[in-house]
Design a protein around this ligand. Sequence first.
Ligand code: PLP
Length: 408
Amino acid sequence: MIRANPNYSKIQANYLFAEIAARVKACQAEKPSARLIRLGIGDVTQPLPAACVEALERASAEMGAAETFRGYGPDYGYAFLREAIAKNDFETRGCDISPDEIFVSDGAKCDTGNFQEMFDSSARIAVPDPVYPVYVDSNVMAGRTGAAAKSGRYEGIVYLECNEENGFVPAPPKTPADVAYLCFPNNPTGAVASREQLAAWVEWARTNDALILFDAAYEAFIREEGVPHSIYEIPGAKEVAVEFRSFSKTAGFTGTRCGYCVVPAQCRAFDSAGARIPLQTLWKRRQSTKFNGVAYPVQRAAEAALSAEGRAQCKALVDGYLANAAIVASRLERHGLKCTGAKNSPYVWFDCGMDSWEFFDKVLRNAEVVVTPGVGFGSNGAGFIRISAFNSRENVEEAMDRIEKILG
Ligand SMILES: Cc1ncc(COP(=O)(O)O)c(C=O)c1O
């Protein structure tokens, strides 16, 4: 008899965005003429930068000509892209990351979800609360947790409390843990970690033979001087941290699909006898067994996003979203609502003064705007709302006009 993986049944049924979609559908059925504005899901809305479109077209033409056609690409990504990433994303920030330590993928969701395969099933996982759900659910599926309690928290996971007191930046846990997932700029809170805060995490990982999985999918939104863009800006991080990056929010690639992870040569786990195991060897084995690379035209488009022209176009895209986020935050602050994020992030996070779903429904029904209830990201998100700045300026302004009316 084929038995299903029992761990899947532990996963909370009402996945956040499915529940939002159901409520939005019900509202649309009741009010067919409503012009909904979506500031919920973190998906980009603006077209690809021109440099990327040109590269896609050129590379597609190459694929259509016998002399330039390419079949399977290298498992870890084409050298042209790995070299462009090492130079533009790391060398410019003083981080010593070589192209061989970069592994191109179809996005940070897959990489952050897959990386837990490198760990023993007994590995103790620490995650922030609130959190991007992929880190938790991928470990639940792998059987690393018990059942979920009423609060939504799983038995066996170490939760890192994020709240207004710590500015939504957790300190390393006192409870033992082997792996910590960190994400800065953060989804959903928009918080960023300072150099000192990240240095404390690196110190924790080094002292405890632990590992940091650092998700920097929103790195391009950092504008404040002094805020680290990469965990590798912290001395000693290469041994104890893997970093995930994505072209999704940086270059509008949510539908084009390209990201990468950095697994430095010296980054290690341990075997049962305490001997060091290079994680890069394991990741290479995993990728060459289960992954066949990203489409050649997409890798050329990602390379173009890193050219001088592409970087300027991507910066303009991100600047547009950041300006939207600033509008959202300033409009909410007029009503005494204190916001986190917006400055170095496309997300604005605030305490709405009532139950998250109650506020969500109020805004959906009365302002016809879709936001995200913070409680969907973890129990510490209860009473909070995330507004995403991924939309046109006109829509963001209109949405905020409507929300301000109901805030009174
Ligand atoms: C924190 C975080 N990491 C990763 C991702 C996924 O990125 P990608 O589109 O590269 O899979 C997202 C997408 O919303 C995210 O918010």
